[in-house]
Write a protein that binds this ligand. Structure first.
Ligand SMILES: O=c1ccn([C@@H]2O[C@H](COP(=O)(O)O)[C@@H](O)[C@H]2O)c(=O)[nH]1
Length: 224
């Protein structure tokens, strides 16, 4: 069975990204490239990473008016990513148009509430301070708009999966050990995220900043 781990290669340095990907490739199911990598290396960089042979998750978290997001996704079509993110808060029309613009094989997943936010952050931007409620509301919108799934934390994935049995659930904010969460606020272990119903676990720094990324990825995989 393929590993559910997508390693987040958050670096502008393409040689470093390639070196880590090659080290961990037998313990991960795919590579996640986000804004830092894409801003530095663009489409050429994505093509270069795809040569390693693992599925590519393009985590660009698109959030704009429907026409702009649809045109941006059309421009990304030649990259044919396995997974692509947009923000659920962009609204129903944006989600519908994003899905329609994506290649057939690309899973379009909607970010609900960033794992770096907690209830006080929600309150500060004017939302009711309940991450659970916020995630489930946006999951419902994403489902009805026809995208493939959502990004949420491991704290919400069980309830979201219950309401959307065949949804595709991406869970970042995953930490194998307590105490090193960095900027992540809604954190669970890889095992707990999978038990809750995650389809994919996004893991970055616990692997990429380890002295031995291969050993770190292997150790996480052994807990799954
Ligand atoms: O809610 C979200 C959505 C995306 N991310 C991304 O996942 C990785 C997590 O990296 P770590 O180093 O394991 O914290 C990163 O690329 C984020 O942009 C997220 O963390 N939360």
């Amino acid at each position: 069975m393929n590993s559910p781990i997508y390693v987040a290669l958050d670096t502008p340095d393409i040689d470093r990204a390639k070196a880590i990907a090659k080290k961990v490739q037998s313990h991960v199911g795919g590579i996640k490239l986000g804004l830092e990598f894409f801003m530095a290396n663009g489409r050429h960089g994505v093509h270069a990473m795809a040569e390693i042979g693992l599925p590519i998750f393009l985590d660009l978290k698109l959030h704009d008016i429907p026409n702009t997001v649809a045109k941006a996704i059309q421009a990304l079509r030649p990259l044919d990513p396995a997974i692509l993110t947009v923000h659920a808060a962009g609204g129903r029309a944006m989600l519908e148009d994003a899905k329609a613009a994506a290649p057939t094989g690309t899973k379009v997943v909607a970010v609900t509430m960033l794992t770096s936010l907690d209830d006080s952050d929600l309150r500060s931007v004017g939302f009711p301070p309940d991450p659970h409620e916020q995630v489930l509301r946006l999951a419902d919108l994403a489902k009805s708009a026809g995208v493939d799934g959502i990004v949420c934390s491991g704290a919400e994935v069980k309830a979201a999966r219950k309401a959307w049995k065949d949804g595709f659930f991406v869970v970042p904010g995953v930490r194998p050990k307590a105490g090193n969460s960095g900027d992540q606020k809604r954190v669970v272990t890889p095992r707990a995220a999978l038990d809750g119903g995650a389809s994919v676990l996004v893991i970055g720094r616990p692997i990429t900043q380890a002295d031995d990324p291969d050993q770190a990825a292997r150790a996480i995989e052994a807990t799954l």
